[in-house]
Design a protein around this ligand. Sequence first.
Ligand code: UFG
Length: 330
Amino acid sequence: MNQKETVLLVGGAGYIGSVNTAALIERGAHVIVADNFEKGHRAAVHPSAVIEECDIRNAEAIENVFQRHTIDAVMHFGAYSLVGESMQDPDKYFENNLEGGRNLLNAMRKWDVNRIVFSSTAAVYGNPEEVPIQEDTRTEPVNPYGRSKLAFEYLLKSFEEAYGIHYAALRYFNAAGATEMNGEDHHPETHLIPIILQAALGKRDSIAIFGTDYDTPDGSCVRDYIHVSDLAEAHLLALDYIRNESLTCNLGNGQGYSVREVIETARQVTGHPIPTEECPRRSGDPARLTASAERARSRLGWIPKQPELRSIIQSAWQWARANPNGYPKL
Ligand code: UFG
């Protein structure tokens, strides 16, 4: 990437956004973080980034950010992402993830910014018939979260055709792990690995295994965990790639691990017994989600550097031990 670039990171104070903020700054870019701090943390933002407190649902507020800074490109991490919540309150998801995203694209149009890297999700595929999932697999999301992300992908495609904005829609599988500075701190926490580590820290008595009767080798769900630093690397590559053309691609390791395997690996890493409780299935969970990441490899030259589940969990464990109460409030 061009090191002198100024990149706007919407949602740059969240889990994946904050790791990308640091990665861009380490490569010499100038970073503006626009975040409403509903989910993000000020303490997660690299000290060299400029912070703009701003909500993309407010079109004028986001336009003002473009007025104040000369922005070369955008990364968008600012969507809601809880499947269960999206089923209870779909309007919230379409308002922020689609309408808010549209405000952002219109601000880009107005200020002549024509590159955006967007955090999409494996949830756009719904319950795939086959794994590993290729990008041209039928997209049939089964919840409003996945639908709002897919709807925004269509918006991106339409804005490219009409207005020439190039995009990368990066469909993440299960983001996990941490860097020294940044890790997962959600309220409420719903993700498997941080919950397991809360049990290892003694903050929970046990961990619920949601579903033990899936058609998988050990009956629990299989997911493709991808290190958050590897995701950040893919964003940097994508930012360059879309100078020429747009791209939609999966980001995963292509390797599936069951819930039971993740718990067992965490036991080895932490030395804690991590008691489990077998529970009914969680609504909306597909049995297996693993990526074919061939497209990211061939088009971006992306090769994950930390594909091993053990090292992903190890990095998350280091961060959890260093920050047992999450980020400090600033
Ligand atoms: N799980 C448990 N117990 C828990 C928490 C999770 O058994 O306490 C299981 C889930 O049922 C699932 C697996 O662990 O089988 C992983 O669950 P996560 O909540 O960590 O992640 P998901 O696979 O549900 O969701 C993630 C992202 C979504 C994205 C999806 C796409 O959080 O935003 O991947 O694959 F849509």
